[in-house]
Design a protein around this ligand. Structure first.
Ligand code: PLP
Length: 392
């Protein structure tokens, strides 16, 4: 039996037992609709309020600035499309973002472009960093909103959010950040960050899938995309998923309290992993160097294709992710890797390893061994790689 080693925490994290326990009562004895006026409904409402107070406290926000959603994608979509709807008659028609945002942002921007919005996607440098001066230069008198992710989910690059938000505000532009990868590793205080909107997804920090939140600073123009019954301060209708929201609040509380300790441990494991890989495997690069979040490492392995390598690792018990999306049968570099504008040969053989709270040194050690063996094996059977080596 092959022991499984899960190194895909950026894709999702297992729900923490404490979060599962926090959710349990809302499937049974406290299962009423929080909008109901009877005793049972008020008990559910009290739990919802408690979860909202908890999230608000952890973000440094007010309770009525926290809107619960079905996850990170919905939070991102609400931030962008909700603001765009609210500002459609304002005369402002321009939004600034970056080439390396999650598809939750990029595809929403595509839809807004079809609705007549002008979108500027800023390029990034080879490390995935956005240049604050280029950001400022992209802002125009008719720019309504900027959206820049806190930490990139493929390469881990961390953007200087407080600096960028301050620049946006100097130009009267609203600022949203997709902080979906951040909670377990980076400070989330919305006053220190100075942002207007911030997206979260519970399953990235030990909470359940299908629950998220959008911080919306009081006074930020935002129209509901689901107007329905007026829940969530009229910003997102639908009977609240009290169980999942309680799990989200519990997991966020733990993530924030344990952040310093988890961050130090996980970044040490990640750094050690990279050192070992560089020492033992020739012709490998780490993508996205610079200021990076603790849990993500993205490698380019020269001369190899991503998919066979990923499947080999999987057979040997190591679960990782590709930095590539499969388009029309051909493996093409993901939009994030493409945005780094690396030489073509470094845009293949891209793998993302992402570590988590429960990752052990023994697992990381084993993952290096498995990767080393898989790379050696695939290279020995890749004539193209041998030719390339000779040609260098
Ligand atoms: C940076 C980022 N934004 C948004 C999302 C979307 O979150 P969800 O899957 O909860 O909708 C993810 C995760 O897939 C992510 O990593």
């Amino acid at each position: 039996v092959v022991t499984r080693i899960y190194l895909d925490f950026a894709a999702t994290t297992p729900a923490r037992p404490e979060a599962v326990e926090a959710m349990q009562p809302f499937f049974s004895e406290f299962g009423a609709n929080p909008s109901s006026l009877h005793t049972e409904g008020r008990a559910a409402k009290a739990a919802l309020d408690a979860a909202r107070d908890c999230v608000a406290r952890l973000l440094g926000a007010r309770a009525n600035e926290v809107v619960f959603t079905s996850g990170g994608s919905e939070a991102d979509t609400l931030a962008l499309a909700g603001t765009a709807r609210a500002l459609r008659s304002s005369g402002r028609r321009h939004i600034v973002s970056t080439e390396i945002e999650h598809h939750a942002v990029l595809h929403t921007l595509d839809a807004l472009r079809e609705d007549g919005w002008e979108i500027t996607l800023l390029p990034v440098d080879k490390t995935g960093a956005v240049d604050p001066a280029a950001f400022e230069a992209a802002l125009r008198p008719d720019t309504a909103l900027a959206s820049i992710m806190y930490a990139n989910n493929e390469i881990g690059t961390v953007a200087p959010i407080a600096e960028l938000a301050a620049i946006a505000h100097r130009h009267g532009v609203l600022f949203h950040t997709d902080a979906v990868q951040a909670p377990a590793y980076l400070p989330l205080h919305v006053q220190a960050l100075g942002i207007d909107m911030l997206s979260l997804a519970a399953h990235k920090f030990g909470g359940p899938k299908g629950a998220g939140a959008l911080f919306v600073r009081a006074g930020t123009p935002l129209a509901a995309l689901l107007p329905g019954g007026g829940q969530e301060f009229g910003k997102r209708a639908g009977t609240e998923n009290v169980a999942a929201i309680s799990g989200l609040a519990c997991a966020l509380d733990l993530a924030v309290r344990e952040r310093a300790e988890t961050g130090a441990r996980v970044s040490a494991l990640r750094d050690w992993f990279e050192e070992e890989v560089m020492r033992r495997i020739p012709d490998v690069r780490v993508n996205g160097a610079g200021r990076r979040i603790a849990h993500i490492t993205n490698l380019s392995i020269l001369g190899l294709e991503t998919e066979p390598l990923l499947l080999r690792l999987d057979l040997d018990g190591v679960a990782v992710s590709s930095g590539s999306a499969c388009a029309s049968g051909a493996l093409e570099p993901s939009h994030v890797i493409a945005a780094l504008r690396l030489e073509t040969r470094w845009m293949q053989g891209v793998l993302r390893f992402s570590f988590g709270r429960t990752t052990t040194k023994a697992e990381v050690h084993r993952a290096v061994e498995v990767l080393e063996a898989a790379v050696a094996h695939q290279r020995s059977s890749t004539p193209a790689f041998q030719t390339k080596r000779i040609g260098e």
